[in-house]
Design a protein around this ligand. Structure first.
Ligand code: MTE
Ligand code: MO
Length: 416
């Protein structure tokens, strides 16, 4: 506790000293022009692994290479400067995160033939995607965000991908509501406490399946707005994003939305898989996750600025529209404030663009005058329950759910 306070005070000093922060940022630019630093004083991001431009893997070769940072074949993030002003993230720019290599493309050859097993209901059954399509339809906009988005700003470099802002997007799913499916299956069994989804990956031979499989449990209440989805942004879900069929749990972090889902079970206990029992747990710094620590489930309130960003090296003094995105996890956004002096004074930004519902992000905009010199721009969101985005990141060993407004600051240099 104490050391984290000292650490964040040091960080604040660094931010307050805009000059040194900017020096750090421009040093980053000089070293690696294609990998702009996004936060002042943040030595953590721009990892070596992302510096050497890696090619997109075959299953995601259709992504827009200039928009992406390829950390590895299974961890690909959207560049901050690639986020445009539209509310929906184009699929060519949407991040990808796989805990296991994706299944073979063959699984999307005959989508309607994909089978899913439903258990923990009065009438357990196996259903094809073609059958699911006859049961009902809902369309839902939501933020898909990796639990570790923002991990790159943790100064202690937790293990895992050092994502900056781009392990997130706002996307639109279509599919059958899980609640409709459950009704079709005669309702939940009395013992049901969790909704447990199992991914359709082929598991490596010779390993304990619990150590490797992607199987996640969420409280059964999360089924309320969940979908079994077959469409993403108006297209059949690409394999990279979990086609032919994906469980989507709005308001929860990405890991809970299980791709290529082959089994949906309402269970008495959480999955025995390591990804549930020890992974994605909010353990104190220095400790391994275990079931006594809270699971990474619902997302908190968060926002960040996408424009201007440090790659805009030609900013001239004058008016600029500060733009970004804000979301409240399971709650809608009420307001966003912007500061152009590193968090000393705040002004209310306008929420712009269509409101796609409480699980989507809102775009915000604030025209400001920027004088010559260095500026540290930050945003801070408030949700409809009155929860305000925190200044500091929640310390935890996995580097999860970083919603700190200070960590997501943008340093810009304005030259006359
Ligand atoms: N079956 C399966 N589902 C999965 C994963 C996976 O590896 N396998 N990764 C999870 C994680 S950690 C995240 S952040 C999201 C990423 O979704 P995307 O690749 O469509 O962006 O999928 C989740 N669902
Ligand atoms: Mo994730």
């Amino acid at each position: 506790m104490r050391s984290s306070l000292i650490e964040s005070a040091a960080r604040r000093r660094l931010l307050a000293g805009g000059a040194s922060a900017l020096a750090a940022a421009s040093l980053g630019r000089a070293v690696q022009a294609a990998e702009p630093k996004t936060a002042p004083g943040a030595a953590a991001p721009a990892p070596a692994s992302a510096s050497a431009a890696k090619p997109l893997p075959a299953y995601a070769a259709w992504k827009q290479p200039e928009a992406m940072i390829v950390h590895s074949a299974n961890t690909i993030e959207t560049r901050r400067e690639a986020f445009g002003s539209g509310v929906v993230t184009p699929l060519r720019q949407l991040y990808v995160r796989n805990n296991l290599p994706p299944p073979d493309e063959a699984i999307v050859a005959d989508r309607d033939a994909w089978m899913i097993e439903i258990a923990g209901v009065a009438k357990p059954m196996s259903l094809s995607l073609a059958q699911l399509k006859t049961m009902g339809l809902q369309t839902l906009a939501m933020v898909l965000q990796c639990s570790g988005n923002g991990r790159g700003y943790f100064p202690n470099k937790p293990s895992g991908t050092p994502w900056q802002v781009g392990a997130a997007g706002c996307v639109i799913w279509s599919g059958v509501p899980v609640s409709v499916l459950v009704e079709h299956c005669g309702g939940l069994t009395a013992a049901a406490m969790f909704m447990t989804g199992t991914g359709g990956e082929k598991l490596p031979d010779g390993l304990d399946p619990n150590m490797v499989m992607v199987e996640r449990s969420v409280p059964k209440e999360a089924m309320q707005d969940a979908l079994l989805a077959w469409e993403l942004n108006g297209e059949p879900i690409p394999l990279a994003h979990g086609g032919p069929l994906r469980l989507v749990v709005p308001g929860y972090t990405g890991v809970n939305s299980v791709k290529y889902i082959k089994r949906l079970a309402f269970t008495e206990k959480e999955s025995p898989a390591a990804i549930q029992q020890t992974g994605y747990r909010l353990a104190p710094a220095g400790q391994k996750g275990d079931p006594s620590h809270p699971s990474v489930w619902a997302m908190g309130v968060k926002s960040w600025i996408n424009t201007p960003n440090p790659s805009a090296s030609t900013l001239k003094p004058g008016r600029v529209v500060v733009q970004g995105v804000a979301f409240g996890g399971v709650n809608a956004i009420k307001q966003v404030e912007v500061s152009i002096d590193g968090g000393k004074q705040w002004q209310k930004a306008e929420l712009v663009g269509p409101d796609l519902g409480r699980y989507a992000w809102r775009q915000f905009a604030l025209p400001v005058e920027l004088t010559a010199g260095e500026h540290v721009l930050v945003s801070r969101a408030t949700d409809t329950e009155g929860r305000v985005q925190e200044e500091d990141r929640p310390q935890n060993s996995g580097g999860y759910i970083n919603n700190s407004w200070r960590d997501h600051a943008v340093a810009v240099a304005v030259k006359a």
